[in-house]
Write a new protein. Structure first.
Lengths: 184, 522
């Protein structure tokens, strides 16, 4: 990522967060992302894993790792993957069937991984091989298709990718670099 | 003052839908003093209500009622309940469209003659010519304020365009510019000029892009001759013993059944909903649906050959800044069968925000190949490839076994690419990638078609009643006071974005309807 992107990240972080808080009630995917509004901004996946209501802590921790292995972005901290997956814990708390489905999905990955389980496999490629083997299962597709929205639709993630989000309130880009390319 | 008509008033023209076709037809008729009731399934959101947020806007504007899909197209696999990305709101898809306003080329009105016999393609010449439509194209361009027509200046080029232009020059393309756009390059018609905000697909919060929502509709309402009823979902069209249509039955915002009588009914619900409505209006007299003696209602569904090429560079681009469709290369839109296909295609810049890029770059994709592409987001340029696809009888909208919230059968959209579509897409992918390679792209992505935005052809125009659903005026061959006023009239799709042609046909149709009413023919 270029230095240019870094500048945007700093400039828009505060704005994005405000915009997010305002918007969160409007979007249908709010369940997946509103947890940021709770103020829990701990960085460690451990903290997220302990803060469970429906799933086993170790299941939540593995689920967060599964999310990262599906959409690995090395500059995106764990907390955003945790936010993206938080809805599964809530669904599990509300619905025993969902809880069983998720617990057994993770248990089957652990079983396939052998001693040490899924999280014990050191290389991403080893874990991805296990995911590929189950990639046609409905549970994997549910997780992946939910994640592609709940991860990339977090306004706090956008600056990491150099995406600036909402621009109308800033007058668009007519005076803010819509044609600023200088290398072509 | 907007009018308010009695539901038993059988002197009104009822228009189903308020987008490019319905919204324009409504205003044109109202300007001529004809009473019009526009029934729109969606809500009315004014442009200040639009949101610069892709998923939130999708939730606000998109048609999300149930639909089903079948066929070998990838959309059926990745987005089985979302065959089309179109709008359910006052203004229809003119809230969402990019604004590209191109005239069809002469040969595109006579594909059977120009292309010859293409196996599997149900080609037919339009019953009108470019020359006949030219005056209406000019009026539509004036109405919509299309750039680079009528002495209106072009829009300035953004970063995404600058890359396209540099690549086009390197490849030797001759016709590359910032497009003929129904987006104000200067203040005009009491509307702002473009502020290069991006989010054209999410509704223009400046009102700089033409939409019937804040042009045709308020102008029509101001005559006191037009009433727009939002959240009015038309279930079926009624007729009398002679076969003449007499009104429509619709569900209001509370789900209550209502009936509006009519002298004339014009259907403008887009190429998926319009045939669905005609098919759902089947009666003992018209057992295969209204206006369907040819059996062509719902058939010849076209969605344009589409695809996108995104490419990553080693330096920043920020393609999402500014006009979404900021430029065009037209050189490949010519007819030149030496390329291995008939018809042509346009190359038009396009950008998606990060959330939609994730959803559409490679639907279903995951892992490092996918995420390393996403990591290049801010260094990415993009273009949409849009060309003429072949009408095929088997590509069609039919009634599904699935029912909607009103208990009405929903539309099933079946689509298979024609070999010509595939050959054209392969060529377009190659040219798009070559254009970006020429300016130093390090990696490019041939992105598959999105859910359809250009839905065409399912009630097509024909000279002969045997071959199509409507005549050269969009009047159904079978029922004199029943009209079709949207892109479903198209006999073939052309390479060009369809809205300008839909608006031109609506202006022309309004003259015909007014004339026919005056002479009491309808």
């Amino acid at each position: 990522m270029s230095g240019d992107n870094g500048r945007h990240a700093r400039r828009h972080e505060a704005v994005s967060r405000r915009a997010f808080l305002r918007r969160s009630s409007e979007i249908s995917f709010a369940a997946a992302v509103t947890v940021t509004a709770g103020g829990a901004l701990l960085n460690a996946s451990e903290a997220w894993a302990l803060d469970v209501k429906g799933l086993q802590p170790q299941t939540m921790k593995t689920l967060i790792l599964v999310a990262r292995d599906i959409y690995p972005h090395d500059k995106v901290p764990d907390r955003f993957y945790a936010i993206a997956m938080k809805s599964y814990d809530e669904k599990a708390a509300a619905d025993p069937t969902t809880k069983t489905q998720i617990e057994s999905f993770i248990a089957s990955l652990d079983g396939a991984a052998g001693k040490g389980g899924y999280a014990g496999l050191g290389w991403e490629s080893q874990r991805v091989a296990l995911l590929r083997a189950v990639s046609n299962s409905p549970m994997f597709e549910t997780i992946r298709s939910g994640l592609v929205v709940s991860l990339y639709n977090q306004p706090e993630v956008w600056p990491i990718f150099g995406y600036e989000g909402e621009s109308y309130s800033k007058g668009g880009y007519i005076k803010r670099g819509f044609d600023d390319i200088d290398w072509i | 003052m907007a009018a308010k008509f009695n539901q038993n008033d059988d002197s009104v023209v009822v228009i189903v839908g308020s987008g490019a076709g319905g919204g324009t037809l409504g205003n044109e008729l109202a300007q001529k003093g004809i009473n019009v009731v526009v029934l729109e399934a969606g809500e009315r959101h004014e442009f200040s209500d639009f949101v610069n947020d892709e998923w939130a806007s999708f939730t606000q504007l998109a048609w999300k009622d149930a639909r089903t899909t079948s066929g070998s197209w990838r959309v059926a696999k990745n987005f089985p309940t979302l065959p089309a990305w179109i709008v359910k709101a006052v203004g229809g898809s003119t809230t969402h469209w990019a604004g590209a306003s191109l005239r069809f080329q002469e040969h595109e009105f006579k594909t059977a003659t120009s292309y010859g016999r293409i196996p599997g393609a149900n080609l037919l010449d339009w019953p009108i010519t470019l020359a006949e439509l030219e005056p209406y194209y000019a009026r539509a361009e004036e109405k919509m304020g299309v750039t680079r027509t009528g002495n209106r200046p072009g829009l300035p080029g953004n970063n995404n365009f600058k890359i396209m232009k540099a690549g086009a020059d390197k490849l030797g393309y001759k016709e590359c510019h910032t497009g003929n756009m129904a987006i104000n390059s200067v203040e005009r018609d009491d509307r702002n000029s473009c502020q290069q905000t991006g989010f054209c697909f999410q509704g223009c919060k400046w009102g700089a892009k033409w939409s019937t929502l804040y042009t045709e509709i308020p102008k029509g309402e101001a005559t006191g001759k037009m009433e727009v009823r939002p959240q009015s979902h038309v279930a079926h069209i009624e007729h009398d013993a002679s076969g003449k249509v007499t009104g429509v039955v619709y569900f209001d915002k509370d789900g209550k059944e209502q009936r509006q009588k009519a002298r004339v009914v014009a259907v403008a619900g887009n190429s998926i909903e319009s045939p669905r409505l005609l098919l759902n209006s089947a009666s003992s007299k018209f057992q295969d649906g209204l206006a369907n003696s040819s059996g062509q209602v719902g058939r010849n569904y076209m969605r344009h050959m589409t695809g996108s090429v995104y490419a990553v560079f080693d330096k920043p681009v920020h393609m999402y800044r500014g006009t979404t469709m900021a430029g065009i290369v037209r050189d490949e839109s010519r007819l030149d069968p030496k390329r291995g296909f008939v018809g042509g295609y346009e190359m038009e810049t396009l950008s998606l925000g990060l959330p939609f890029m994730a959803a559409f770059l490679d639907p279903g994709g995951w892992g490092r190949e996918f995420t390393s592409a996403m990591d290049g987001y801010s260094d990415m340029a993009g273009m949409w490839l849009v060309g003429e696809d072949m009408p095929q009888e088997t590509n069609r909208v039919t009634l599904s076994s699935v029912k909607d919230q009103y208990g009405l059968p929903v539309a099933d959209v079946h689509f298979d690419d024609h070999a010509n579509d595939i050959a054209m897409r392969d060529h377009a992918y190659k040219q798009g990638a070559a254009l970006y390679d020429a300016v130093g792209a390090t990696r490019s992505f041939p992105t598959p078609p999105y859910p359809s935005t250009h839905n065409l052809g399912t009630n097509r125009m024909s000279a002969n009643a045997r071959d199509g659903v409507v005549n050269k005026w969009g009047q159904t061959h079978d029922i004199k006071n029943l009209f079709v006023s949207d892109g479903s009239q198209f006999t073939s799709g052309g390479a060009e974005n369809p809205t300008l042609t839909i608006v031109s046909l609506a202006i022309r149709q309004a003259e015909y309807i007014a004339d026919q009413m005056k002479t009491k023919t309808i």
